[in-house]
Design a protein around this ligand. Structure first.
Ligand code: AMP
Ligand code: ZN
Length: 677
């Protein structure tokens, strides 16, 4: 028998205390101290010790409890059937074990399962008597929950009446949509209130309010997945009835009996996760047959018939190795944290932007700190907060540099600005960033002239301004680029041909390439649409009439200040004219006029693209749609005229089918636009 060392015993009690404390913070105060991933890893460590030394475990152990003690603020509600947790699976082996266990318990190997997303909110039980909602409560510790009836009555998609006379209990998850969560936090930030860590805590904090009018103002939603008190045979029946009675039920479901099929579904939903309107943290596998469910019964805190296959954590902890600052193309100084590499949601992260000086000060992020990192969908990882308990006593606040790390010019911060800037126009870090931007995808889009090559040409003194790019080929007889290491005849020829191709540039890309602060892709399109051709754009600059842009929807005063300021720098105006030409001279490039939209075909219609297109890039397809008057939208709604569906289309296609929105293939779209492939 293994011997329990003093150290392990101490660790066990420490874990118990930590977990109890964390879970109280999470369930009672809706304000978690640690990430879910950190909680799970401590919890699993505790389980491992208990498995080795079962006598340590008592009723007080976090492994024996569901949720936490309830808050005294609310009236108590006794749950007739305990509200249980779900066992977690973290990998395919855990799922295999689960399948085997169910097959064994049911004594057969063809059991149907139903798969549902695990919604990340808080569970709620609602009782209906004679069709009327009479009571709603939280899960609490599983046996006793909190009475939140008046609050649940304010949730719009909870039916207050249902068309049956039986007394039933409905369970489901109260959640907050991601967009409502973001809006709520924006408001709270503006009012200097504490921000919610994630939509789940926001949902919990909003439901567990003594004043229902606060709940009402928070836009919560309820997704249901359970009925008791009504004679039904399967979980599929449950979901169908819930829908009929007016409840919202997840639209992503799969009935299957095969593990491979189940895994495909898990992977498919994981891919769509970032695009869903609400947070989910895994897939729940449930035995479909309710009599089998009953027969299998429950372990201490889990039903044996179901399991939650969790997605890899989107949050993780790591250490800040150091903090460096980068100089952007407009001279803005951006601090970046270099991190000890850590996997977050399946991706290794070693850097996170710290945005600006204020952000570092606000979060008090220091070199050496343990921090919690979050990755939401495809968004760049961000540091949520520092774990201050873990900070060493000799740590010092980060000292923001006072001079540019590239050119040593003193950094300045203008009144009302968040950014600290290097204002030396010849700062080479800025020159390089501007060149990188100039050739980037939304600007001149020059293939073969990426970041590395720009740096190479800059260091060689061959490209110092955008103008030099277009002289490169002429100068090559003296430069002999093909002789340079890393280059050959073919790659040099390719480079020159992409530079030449890029000379035919649309006005919006041309404006975007200039790198005027606040004039990225979208704003540049607006300006281009307004001026229609290069000549009128130039004229407006030369006659100092740029203020007229204020009439364009989407262009504000501070943007106009930026564009004016940009052209007061003589060098910027020179570059513009050398590239685009002036009244009497042609420029190095050919700026195309804005295509007038063809009235008629798609004017007034909103269309959506989904999946991978075969003949057009996404940008080209959008451009084509726009040129024909369409408004391109990124999400499907009942107002969408049609959806163009490419290969491997996902949730947008499902949404279109659900709403009965017309779908067409890429080929049909091209035909409609009178294009041949
Ligand atoms: P946990 O307490 O995190 O171990 O997981 C159990 C909880 O998952 C339940 O109490 C529900 O609140 C929640 N849950 C979310 N989605 C579902 C679902 N589709 N089916 C069952 N439970 C769900
Ligand atoms: Zn500088």
């Amino acid at each position: 028998m293994a011997i329990l060392s003093e150290e392990k015993k101490r660790r066990y009690h420490q874990l118990k205390e930590l977990l109890q404390n964390y879970s109280r913070q999470y369930y009672i105060f809706d304000d978690p101290l640690v990430s879910d991933a950190e909680y799970d890893s401590l919890y699993n460590e505790l389980l491992a010790i208990e498995q080795e030394f079962p006598y340590l475990k008592d009723n007080n152990s976090p492994s024996q409890q569901v949720g936490a003690k309830i808050s005294k603020k609310f009236k108590k509600v006794h749950h007739e059937d305990r509200m249980l947790s779900l066992e977690n699976a973290y990998n395919e082996n855990d799922i295999s074990d689960f399948f085997n266990r169910v097959h064994k318990l049911c004594n057969k190997s063809d059991v149907d399962f139903i798969l549902e997303p695990k919604l990340d909110g808080l569970s709620c039980s609602i009782i209906y008597e004679k069709g009327i909602l009479i009571m709603a409560s939280t899960r609490g510790d599983g046996s006793i929950g909190e009475d939140v009836t008046s609050n649940v009555l304010t949730i719009q998609n909870v039916p207050k009446k249902i068309p049956i006379l039986e007394s039933v209990e409905i369970r489901g998850e109260v959640i907050m949509l991601k967009k409502d969560f973001e809006e709520l936090n924006r408001q709270r930030e503006a009012n200097n209130e504490k921000l919610f860590a994630n939509p789940r805590n926001a949902a919990a904090g909003s439901l567990r309010q003594l004043d229902p009018s606060i709940t009402a103002s928070r836009n919560l939603a309820f997704f249901s997945y359970y009925v008791s008190g009504y004679d039904l045979k399967t979980q599929q029946d449950v979901l169908n009835h819930l829908k009929q009675w007016g409840f919202t039920v997840s639209e992503h479901l799969l009935l299957c009996h095969d593990q491979t099929e189940a895994l495909q579904f898990y992977k498919k939903i994981e891919k769509q996760r970032a695009d869903l309107d609400y947070d989910i943290d895994g897939i729940v596998y449930k035995t479909n047959d309710l009599s089998l469910q009953k027969m299998m019964g429950t372990a201490t805190k889990y039903p044996r018939h179901s399991i939650a296959y969790k997605f890899p954590a989107q949050q993780a902890e790591t250490t800040v190795l150091n903090i460096t600052v980068q100089v952007g193309r407009t001279g803005n100084i951006t601090p970046v944290a270099n991190l000890k590499p850590v996997t977050v949601g399946g991706v290794v992260v070693s850097r996170a932007t710290l945005h600006n000086k204020d952000e570092i000060e606000k979060k008090d992020i220091r070199v050496g700190d343990r921090v919690v990192l979050q990755r939401a969908g495809d968004v760049i990882p961000q540091i949520l907060h520092v774990i201050s308990d873990a900070r060493s006593s000799d740590s010092k606040p980060f000292e923001f540099p006072t001079r540019c790390p590239c050119c040593a010019a003193p950094l300045i911060r203008e009144k009302g600005e968040v950014a600290v800037k290097c204002i030396n126009l010849n700062c080479s870090a800025q020159l390089i960033e501007r060149l990188i931007h100039f050739v980037s995808k939304d600007a001149f889009n020059i293939d073969g002239l990426g970041e590395q090559n720009i740096k190479f040409f800059f260091d060689q003194g061959l490209i110092k301004s955008p103008v030099d790019i277009f002289y490169l080929e002429n100068r090559n007889s003296e430069l002999q680029l093909e002789q340079v290491e890393g280059w050959g005849k073919q790659s040099v020829a390719n480079l020159f041909s992409s530079i030449n191709r890029s000379k035919n540039v649309t006005l919006d890309r041309f404006i975007c390439a200039l790198g005027i602060p606040q004039f990225g892709k979208t704003a540049s399109k607006l300006v281009a649409k307004y001026f229609k051709n290069y000549k009128s754009f130039l004229q407006s600059i030369e006659t100092k009439n740029l203020s007229e842009l204020i009439s364009v929807n989407g262009i504000g005063l501070s943007m106009i200040d930026d564009i004016k300021l940009f052209f007061t720098v003589p060098n910027n105006l020179d570059i513009l004219k050398t590239l685009g030409g002036d009244i009497s001279n042609r420029g190095l490039v050919n700026v195309q006029d804005v295509q007038m939209t063809r009235e008629g075909i798609l004017t007034g219609l909103s269309i959506v693209f989904t999946g991978t297109l075969q003949h057009l890039s996404r940008d080209e397809a959008k451009q084509l749609g726009e040129n024909n008057g369409a408004k391109i939208s990124s999400s499907v709604s009942s107002k969408t005229a049609f959806v163009v569906v490419g290969k491997n289309a996902g949730s947008k296609l499902e949404k279109a089918n659900e709403l009965g929105v017309k779908t067409i293939s890429e080929e049909e779209f091209l035909k409609m636009m009178k294009k041949t492939i």
